[in-house]
Ligand binder design. Structure first.
Ligand code: ZN
Ligand code: ZN
Length: 159
């Protein structure tokens, strides 16, 4: 077989696989929507990663559909176990933690001594700083992790 023939055969095979994948995805999406199951629960029941199922069904994973625990906004999020922080609140939390600078548009405080980071569970005494928002608390190390995730621009979770 000449190379051009092989490439042609390969191209046809890839197109066939893509079409099959699309059909399977449409079906998964239909079944998922009909079941009204959260994608995370469905993935757990199937024993496959949520990200994988979300990709198949062309749906956003649950944690990405949720809102920021600090400003309640629905921008891009870095997700923790039961808490999210949006890309705008990461620098806000850092400014508050490092310099005590509050962004007037989003209420944030220095967290009380007995509070824990909502992302990693660290206590105030174990962290450089702990910043409290409306529905979550974040420590200095988790701010740095969130910055790294944002820099890499990949959907990821802090756990
Ligand atoms: Zn936010
Ligand atoms: Zn933390």
């Amino acid at each position: 077989m000449r190379l051009s023939d092989e490439l042609g055969a390969l191209r046809a095979e890839v197109a066939r696989l893509d079409a099959a994948r699309r059909r399977a995805g449409d079906h998964v999406k239909k079944v998922l929507n009909a079941s009204k199951m959260p994608i995370g629960a469905a993935a757990a029941a199937l024993g496959i990663p949520e990200q994988h199922l979300a990709q198949l069904a062309q749906r956003v994973p649950d944690h990405q559909a949720r809102s920021c625990s600090f400003c309640t906004g629905q921008g891009r999020l870095v997700a923790g176990p039961d808490v999210n922080i949006c890309w705008e609140c990461v620098p806000r939390a850092k400014a508050m933690g490092v310099d005590g600078e509050a962004d007037p548009s989003v209420p944030m405080w220095v967290a009380a001594a007995d509070s824990r980071c909502s992302f990693c569970g660290k206590l105030r005494a174990q962290a450089e700083f702990l910043v409290k928002g409306l529905g979550g608390i974040i420590c200095d190390e988790c701010v740095i992790l969130a910055e790294e995730i944002m820099a890499e621009d990949t959907p990821e979770e802090i756990s």
